[in-house]
Design a protein around this ligand. Structure first.
Ligand code: GRF
Length: 204
């Protein structure tokens, strides 16, 4: 196995997905990636605190995001970007600099309940109001189309009739997001994910 792939994690909020990545590096689920830096578009994101506790360079960028993020990532030698609860759209500059090297976790089974306006609790509110029996999480490559990139991994989670959006969000995080994001990062960093058209082929 070569040197671990230097990875930047983009965050906006609590950072529970970042924490899942940190824990997975600690317990060996992730061997092929290391977190070189954490970047937030929000100054007060608790995720920045989690990064600092783990001794990882962490930066809040609220102005001129794309240029600032690109230069910080260059400094850190970043090769892969993971969006973990990142609530902003990635611009063309970062998309082209990291082609097929940006992955995102979305808290639904794409193509359901995704795209513009579907983030955070709004996703789970729509899931409950529609009355689906299964939801879940999706890890996908990031492309110009919001939540439209090639799907790498998905995991289904049952919806209960008495769920609140908060209870459902927590179940999706615990039973899906925090499991499939670390696994997907390991597979991509280990070069085990090839794409044939829209189909991701994973070689174990
Ligand atoms: C949550 O809604 C999660 O489902 C989604 O992003 C939001 C914050 O996640 N992926 P995190 O706790 O900041 O990782």
């Amino acid at each position: 196995m070569g040197k671990p792939m230097k990875t930047a994690v983009f965050v906006s909020g609590g950072g529970t997905n970042l924490q899942a990545l940190l824990d997975s590096i600690e317990n060996g689920v992730i061997k092929s990636a290391e977190i070189a830096c954490v970047i937030s578009n929000k100054k007060d994101a608790y995720a920045l605190e989690r990064a600092r506790k783990a001794g990882i360079p962490a930066k809040a960028i609220t102005e001129n995001f794309e240029a600032e993020a690109l230069s910080f990532m260059k400094e850190c030698g970043v090769e892969l970007i993971v969006l973990a609860g990142f609530l902003s759209i990635i611009g063309k500059g970062i998309l082209s600099a990291f082609k097929d090297r940006i992955i995102n976790i979305h808290p639904s089974l794409i193509p359901s309940f995704c795209g513009k306006g579907y983030y955070g609790l709004h996703v789970h509110e729509k899931v409950l109001s529609y009355g689906v029996k299964l939801t879940g999480a999706t890890v996908h490559f990031v492309s110009e189309e919001v939540d439209g990139g090639v799907i790498i991994m998905q995991k289904a989670v049952e919806v209960r009739h008495d769920d609140t959006p908060e209870v459902l969000q927590k179940r999706v995080m615990e039973e899906a997001e925090w499991l499939i994001l670390p696994r997907a990062v390991e597979l991509v960093a280990a070069g085990k994910v090839q794409t044939k058209g829209r189909m991701a082929v994973i070689s174990e």
